[in-house]
Unconditional design. Sequence first.
Length: 238
Amino acid sequence: MAVAAIAVIGVGVVAPVVVPTESQAQSRRTVPPTARYVSSSGQGFILDTSGSRPLMRLERSTEVWVLRPTPAPRGDIIYRNDNGDQVLRVTPDGAVTLYTTATPQGSPASRVGEAQGLASAAMTGAQLVEYFMRQSYRASTAMGRLIVIDVDIQPGSEQIAADTVSAASDAIVRMARSSNLRAQVERVRRVVVSDQGRPGVSLVQGTLRIVIDADAGIAGRPSSARIVRVVGGDALNR
């Protein structure tokens, strides 16, 4: 598998100070800082509101979602991902509803216990390279051909780059399994993750290029849903 070496130019990265919004403060009063939930459809997930950004991870998935809380009628809080999709709804008394592609109308969820926070642990350089290779293998297996992953980043961006590669692999695997989106993802031959330039996602001549903002932490990379939106395009509306 072809995986580019990580750049070694020293750049200091300082995480920005993010002041919680009123809706974030309210959401923290109604749900525990970090807890595990199970919906009525059987989908388990972890919700972590202990940091400046609410995080969520579905069970049986490696992707951590960065959520944006916004006020809703009756004092509810709606959590959306970076693609604008509604993911959770929390009422003032703490009742939680989960929204997924399998349950777009919502599925009530109950808290079943405590959970560890979702902040990613740091990896060594060797662990990162091995991780990138595993993600390349996962995407390549789903497509039945090689998907090359290249990473061109500065020191301090490693963990966000790893999260980005995972999200890209999740998107490719999901599209490869979709009858509507398989033809669109066939265009992807190479994934490039960089921290140089304006953050965003583009697909040009077979290269899926993702530019991250390491200063923004985990919120500085796109979710798999946003990547699917860019690659899938009009096919998502069929």
